[in-house]
Design a protein around this ligand. Sequence first.
Ligand code: OGA
Ligand code: NI
Length: 377
Amino acid sequence: MASAAAPAFRQSSLDSSSGGPAALNSPKPVSVKELLDSSTNSSTAIPTNYNTSSFLNEPAASEPDEQESIPVIDFGLLTSPDPNQRSQAVQELTKACEEWGFFLLVNHGVPENLMKETVEACDRFLNQTMEEKLKFAGRDVWEPIRFGTSIDIKVAANCFLWRDFLKLFVHPHFNAPTKPEGLSEVLQEYSKRTRQVVQELLRGISEGLGMERGFIEKAMNFESGFQLFAANLYPPCPQPELAMGIPAHADHGLLTILIQNGVDGLQIQHKGKWFSVKPIPNSLVVNTADQLDIFTNGKYKSIMHRAVVNSKSARMSIAVAHGPSLDTEVSPSPELMEKEGRPAVFKPMKYKEYMELQQTKPTPGVPCSELIRIRTP
Ligand code: OGA
Ligand code: NI
């Protein structure tokens, strides 16, 4: 069977007239996983409301050439007691932030087992019964534990994304479901470890900006910083070229740390082109996000990225966003502006308000920071 005219999915609760899967409060909420589980056989066509290709209009990725591979940063050198090694690592980190906004972090000290257990625990959560998951269904971005599917895309009310997710607020207060057993403990430890890594990276980034080590941490009140844990499940998709896991977007925090289950799907924009990220096994994928862009007055740009889907294997990614404290008003740093003699390119905004804006008014392809931009750097 190969005809798109004969979709093998039962439309039942999934067709747009019932509110669709984005409307988790509707009487028949669903997820992409349940959509697949309810399909009558190995289907060859996706429901039309998962076909995002006509309005997202996102270009395909190209292969990076040899010189254009995503930078690799050695965390061991960054934390080395040898000042020469450290300053070399700071330089490389600075270059990666300036030129890419994305890098792979190796020797980061987060145990391999913990990374694996984190992915597996989230996989177990997202593979529970719908009834169990729906205990955490909610549309409000301030729910500390939220299971959901798709996201609202402003440009098309009834068009959905090929993604189910679990989002948790893990700092300053840790939240997690109590089931499945063991999930909470594993996620708490992973969240703590990634936070320590981010703290060191912010110190290196501060030094690279010519400031003292605690410069960003202090200005952003990182000690009570907001940390958002997101587990994304992208089930195999019969028509991956038509569907999208997460469309082009920039992240809202300072730095995001991502791991995955060995299945690729992250793509990043670099010099106007899209590149597929193929992480080194056990590395952490790190990207600079909007608050760092704003604080550095556009020096370290928040890079657009997206998650594409594939027809063969389920993909699971864990993206942890590390931000300032929610009540911090983030503006271009006066010290940096003075140092570099550049006027502010962004308006100040409280991180809490910014997050609300980013989570509720996403426009595919347009970074949220455009809404507070005064001028180009
Ligand atoms: C995100 C994200 C990419 C991925 O969750 O913000 O960009 O590869 N995820 O899942
Ligand atoms: Ni992202």
